[in-house]
Design a protein. Sequence first.
Length: 265
Amino acid sequence: MSHNQKAPVIFIPHGGGPLPLLNEPGHGELIHFLKALPASFPAPEAIIIISAHWEEEVVSITSAAAPELIYDYYGFPEESYRISYPVKGHPLLAERLKALLEHAGIAARLDAKRGLDHGVFVPLKLMYPEAQIPCVQLSLVKGLSPEQHIAIGRAIAELRQENVLILGSGFSFHNLRAFGRGSEPDRDNLAFEAWLVDTCTDPATDAKSKAKALNDWQQAPGARHCHPREEHLLPLHVCFGAGDNAASLIFDGTVLGKKTAALRW
Protein backbone atom coordinates (compact mmCIF):
# COMPACT_ATOMS: atom_id res chain seq x y z
CA MET A 1 0.00 0.00 0.00
CA SER A 2 1.13 3.56 -0.59
CA HIS A 3 1.53 5.94 2.33
CA ASN A 4 -1.84 7.48 1.49
CA GLN A 5 -3.60 4.13 1.66
CA LYS A 6 -2.85 3.04 5.17
CA ALA A 7 -5.34 0.63 6.69
CA PRO A 8 -7.60 2.33 9.20
CA VAL A 9 -7.43 2.12 12.97
CA ILE A 10 -10.91 1.72 14.47
CA PHE A 11 -12.27 1.70 18.01
CA ILE A 12 -15.64 -0.05 18.32
CA PRO A 13 -18.07 -0.93 21.10
CA HIS A 14 -18.51 -4.72 21.11
CA GLY A 15 -21.79 -4.78 23.04
CA GLY A 16 -22.84 -6.96 25.95
CA GLY A 17 -21.44 -10.52 25.82
CA PRO A 18 -22.90 -12.47 22.89
CA LEU A 19 -26.04 -10.28 22.65
CA PRO A 20 -25.17 -8.70 19.28
CA LEU A 21 -25.07 -12.20 17.75
CA LEU A 22 -28.45 -13.01 19.33
CA ASN A 23 -30.07 -9.95 17.71
CA GLU A 24 -30.94 -8.48 21.11
CA PRO A 25 -33.08 -5.37 20.38
CA GLY A 26 -30.98 -3.00 22.51
CA HIS A 27 -28.05 -3.75 20.17
CA GLY A 28 -29.90 -3.05 16.91
CA GLU A 29 -27.97 0.10 15.98
CA LEU A 30 -24.63 -1.52 16.79
CA ILE A 31 -25.43 -4.69 14.81
CA HIS A 32 -26.32 -2.60 11.76
CA PHE A 33 -23.16 -0.51 12.13
CA LEU A 34 -20.78 -3.47 12.48
CA LYS A 35 -22.30 -5.32 9.52
CA ALA A 36 -21.95 -2.24 7.30
CA LEU A 37 -18.50 -1.15 8.52
CA PRO A 38 -16.26 -3.30 6.25
CA ALA A 39 -17.75 -1.73 3.11
CA SER A 40 -16.12 1.60 4.10
CA PHE A 41 -12.50 0.51 3.50
CA PRO A 42 -10.59 -2.10 1.44
CA ALA A 43 -10.47 -5.62 2.84
CA PRO A 44 -7.43 -5.92 5.11
CA GLU A 45 -4.75 -8.59 4.78
CA ALA A 46 -5.01 -9.30 8.50
CA ILE A 47 -6.55 -7.90 11.68
CA ILE A 48 -4.90 -7.04 14.99
CA ILE A 49 -7.59 -6.73 17.64
CA ILE A 50 -7.18 -5.38 21.16
CA SER A 51 -10.02 -6.63 23.35
CA ALA A 52 -11.01 -5.34 26.78
CA HIS A 53 -11.23 -8.96 27.97
CA TRP A 54 -7.57 -9.98 28.12
CA GLU A 55 -5.06 -8.57 30.59
CA GLU A 56 -1.53 -9.89 31.18
CA GLU A 57 1.60 -8.78 33.04
CA VAL A 58 3.27 -8.04 29.70
CA VAL A 59 1.73 -7.50 26.27
CA SER A 60 0.69 -10.93 25.04
CA ILE A 61 -0.09 -11.95 21.48
CA THR A 62 -2.09 -14.95 20.25
CA SER A 63 0.19 -16.99 18.00
CA ALA A 64 -1.86 -20.13 17.29
CA ALA A 65 -2.50 -20.93 13.65
CA ALA A 66 -6.10 -21.93 14.42
CA PRO A 67 -7.20 -20.24 17.65
CA GLU A 68 -10.18 -21.60 19.53
CA LEU A 69 -12.98 -19.43 20.94
CA ILE A 70 -13.31 -18.54 24.61
CA TYR A 71 -16.94 -18.23 25.74
CA ASP A 72 -16.07 -15.82 28.53
CA TYR A 73 -19.61 -14.88 29.53
CA TYR A 74 -22.14 -16.39 31.89
CA GLY A 75 -25.87 -16.94 32.09
CA PHE A 76 -26.72 -16.57 28.41
CA PRO A 77 -28.84 -18.93 26.26
CA GLU A 78 -27.30 -22.29 25.39
CA GLU A 79 -26.81 -21.28 21.75
CA SER A 80 -24.34 -18.64 22.96
CA TYR A 81 -21.89 -21.43 23.78
CA ARG A 82 -22.16 -23.02 20.36
CA ILE A 83 -21.15 -19.95 18.35
CA SER A 84 -18.43 -20.78 15.85
CA TYR A 85 -15.98 -18.48 14.13
CA PRO A 86 -13.25 -20.57 12.47
CA VAL A 87 -10.91 -17.67 11.74
CA LYS A 88 -7.24 -18.42 11.17
CA GLY A 89 -4.51 -16.99 13.32
CA HIS A 90 -1.36 -15.45 11.84
CA PRO A 91 1.80 -16.74 13.57
CA LEU A 92 4.11 -14.66 11.35
CA LEU A 93 2.23 -11.46 12.16
CA ALA A 94 2.34 -12.40 15.85
CA GLU A 95 6.15 -12.68 15.61
CA ARG A 96 6.30 -9.35 13.83
CA LEU A 97 4.18 -7.68 16.51
CA LYS A 98 6.43 -9.03 19.25
CA ALA A 99 9.51 -7.70 17.44
CA LEU A 100 7.97 -4.24 16.93
CA LEU A 101 6.97 -3.97 20.57
CA GLU A 102 10.38 -5.10 21.81
CA HIS A 103 12.08 -2.67 19.44
CA ALA A 104 10.07 0.08 21.15
CA GLY A 105 11.23 -1.14 24.56
CA ILE A 106 7.93 -2.83 25.43
CA ALA A 107 8.13 -6.38 26.83
CA ALA A 108 6.01 -8.83 24.82
CA ARG A 109 5.34 -12.55 24.66
CA LEU A 110 3.65 -14.99 22.30
CA ASP A 111 0.81 -17.17 23.57
CA ALA A 112 0.11 -20.20 21.38
CA LYS A 113 -2.55 -21.62 23.72
CA ARG A 114 -4.96 -18.76 24.29
CA GLY A 115 -8.03 -18.51 22.12
CA LEU A 116 -10.09 -15.50 21.07
CA ASP A 117 -12.53 -14.00 23.58
CA HIS A 118 -15.96 -12.54 22.87
CA GLY A 119 -14.49 -9.06 22.43
CA VAL A 120 -12.93 -10.53 19.29
CA PHE A 121 -15.30 -13.06 17.78
CA VAL A 122 -18.57 -11.22 18.44
CA PRO A 123 -17.76 -8.08 16.41
CA LEU A 124 -15.72 -9.98 13.80
CA LYS A 125 -18.54 -12.44 13.14
CA LEU A 126 -20.77 -9.46 12.31
CA MET A 127 -18.10 -7.65 10.27
CA TYR A 128 -16.59 -10.63 8.44
CA PRO A 129 -19.05 -13.54 8.75
CA GLU A 130 -17.00 -15.70 6.38
CA ALA A 131 -14.05 -15.59 8.83
CA GLN A 132 -11.79 -15.11 5.81
CA ILE A 133 -9.32 -12.60 7.29
CA PRO A 134 -6.67 -13.92 9.69
CA CYS A 135 -6.68 -12.38 13.14
CA VAL A 136 -4.21 -11.86 15.99
CA GLN A 137 -5.33 -10.71 19.44
CA LEU A 138 -3.24 -8.37 21.57
CA SER A 139 -3.71 -8.15 25.33
CA LEU A 140 -3.99 -5.18 27.60
CA VAL A 141 -1.32 -4.82 30.28
CA LYS A 142 -2.19 -5.13 33.97
CA GLY A 143 -1.95 -1.85 35.81
CA LEU A 144 -4.02 -0.35 32.99
CA SER A 145 -1.74 2.64 32.40
CA PRO A 146 -3.18 4.92 29.70
CA GLU A 147 0.30 6.10 28.71
CA GLN A 148 1.56 2.55 28.29
CA HIS A 149 -1.33 1.62 26.01
CA ILE A 150 -0.80 4.68 23.82
CA ALA A 151 2.85 3.58 23.52
CA ILE A 152 1.74 0.09 22.45
CA GLY A 153 -0.30 1.65 19.65
CA ARG A 154 2.61 3.79 18.49
CA ALA A 155 4.88 0.75 18.42
CA ILE A 156 2.65 -1.18 16.02
CA ALA A 157 1.39 1.70 13.85
CA GLU A 158 3.65 0.92 10.89
CA LEU A 159 1.73 -2.28 10.18
CA ARG A 160 -1.06 -0.10 8.79
CA GLN A 161 1.08 0.46 5.71
CA GLU A 162 0.92 -3.29 5.07
CA ASN A 163 -2.89 -3.23 5.03
CA VAL A 164 -3.27 -4.60 8.57
CA LEU A 165 -6.42 -3.35 10.27
CA ILE A 166 -5.94 -2.35 13.91
CA LEU A 167 -9.21 -2.76 15.81
CA GLY A 168 -9.81 -1.69 19.41
CA SER A 169 -12.74 -3.62 20.84
CA GLY A 170 -14.15 -2.12 24.02
CA PHE A 171 -16.93 0.29 24.98
CA SER A 172 -16.91 4.04 25.50
CA PHE A 173 -19.45 3.42 28.29
CA HIS A 174 -19.06 0.41 30.58
CA ASN A 175 -20.92 0.63 33.85
CA LEU A 176 -22.80 -2.68 34.03
CA ARG A 177 -25.05 -1.54 36.88
CA ALA A 178 -26.19 1.49 34.90
CA PHE A 179 -27.17 -0.35 31.70
CA GLY A 180 -30.91 -0.55 31.26
CA ARG A 181 -31.61 1.64 34.29
CA GLY A 182 -34.85 3.23 33.19
CA SER A 183 -35.26 5.81 30.44
CA GLU A 184 -33.95 8.84 32.33
CA PRO A 185 -31.11 10.61 30.49
CA ASP A 186 -27.75 9.67 31.97
CA ARG A 187 -26.02 13.05 32.22
CA ASP A 188 -22.64 11.54 33.09
CA ASN A 189 -22.86 9.22 30.10
CA LEU A 190 -23.67 12.12 27.77
CA ALA A 191 -20.98 14.39 29.27
CA PHE A 192 -18.23 11.79 29.03
CA GLU A 193 -19.20 10.83 25.47
CA ALA A 194 -19.06 14.47 24.41
CA TRP A 195 -15.64 14.90 26.03
CA LEU A 196 -14.23 11.71 24.52
CA VAL A 197 -15.47 12.38 21.00
CA ASP A 198 -14.30 16.00 21.10
CA THR A 199 -10.88 15.00 22.46
CA CYS A 200 -10.32 12.42 19.73
CA THR A 201 -11.81 14.27 16.76
CA ASP A 202 -10.91 17.95 17.23
CA PRO A 203 -8.57 18.82 14.32
CA ALA A 204 -7.41 21.99 16.08
CA THR A 205 -5.86 20.07 19.00
CA ASP A 206 -2.38 18.67 18.40
CA ALA A 207 -1.43 15.06 19.10
CA LYS A 208 0.55 15.92 22.24
CA SER A 209 -2.43 17.70 23.80
CA LYS A 210 -4.74 14.84 22.83
CA ALA A 211 -2.37 12.33 24.43
CA LYS A 212 -2.26 14.36 27.64
CA ALA A 213 -6.07 14.54 27.78
CA LEU A 214 -6.39 10.78 27.22
CA ASN A 215 -3.73 10.07 29.84
CA ASP A 216 -5.76 12.19 32.28
CA TRP A 217 -9.12 10.72 31.19
CA GLN A 218 -10.22 10.23 34.82
CA GLN A 219 -10.53 14.01 35.14
CA ALA A 220 -13.15 14.15 32.37
CA PRO A 221 -16.79 14.77 33.34
CA GLY A 222 -18.56 11.57 34.33
CA ALA A 223 -15.39 9.50 33.81
CA ARG A 224 -15.66 7.09 36.73
CA HIS A 225 -19.41 6.70 36.37
CA CYS A 226 -18.88 5.57 32.79
CA HIS A 227 -15.80 3.47 33.63
CA PRO A 228 -15.69 2.20 37.22
CA ARG A 229 -12.78 0.16 35.81
CA GLU A 230 -11.08 1.28 32.62
CA GLU A 231 -10.40 -1.95 30.72
CA HIS A 232 -13.12 -1.17 28.15
CA LEU A 233 -11.69 2.28 27.45
CA LEU A 234 -8.02 1.36 27.01
CA PRO A 235 -8.36 -0.30 23.58
CA LEU A 236 -9.14 3.28 22.47
CA HIS A 237 -5.76 4.43 23.83
CA VAL A 238 -4.01 1.79 21.73
CA CYS A 239 -5.97 2.99 18.71
CA PHE A 240 -5.04 6.61 19.40
CA GLY A 241 -1.37 5.64 19.58
CA ALA A 242 -1.58 3.81 16.27
CA GLY A 243 -3.72 6.44 14.60
CA ASP A 244 -3.09 9.78 13.05
CA ASN A 245 -3.82 12.92 15.00
CA ALA A 246 -7.57 13.42 14.63
CA ALA A 247 -10.14 10.64 14.48
CA SER A 248 -13.54 10.77 12.84
CA LEU A 249 -16.75 9.75 14.60
CA ILE A 250 -18.24 6.84 12.64
CA PHE A 251 -20.87 5.59 15.11
CA ASP A 252 -22.82 7.83 17.43
CA GLY A 253 -25.49 5.52 18.69
CA THR A 254 -27.18 3.84 21.61
CA VAL A 255 -26.50 0.37 23.03
CA LEU A 256 -28.68 -0.95 25.86
CA GLY A 257 -29.98 2.58 26.38
CA LYS A 258 -26.55 4.24 26.72
CA LYS A 259 -24.81 6.57 24.31
CA THR A 260 -21.66 5.05 22.81
CA ALA A 261 -19.24 5.83 19.99
CA ALA A 262 -16.98 4.26 17.41
CA LEU A 263 -13.99 6.22 16.08
CA ARG A 264 -11.76 5.85 13.05
CA TRP A 265 -8.25 7.12 12.50
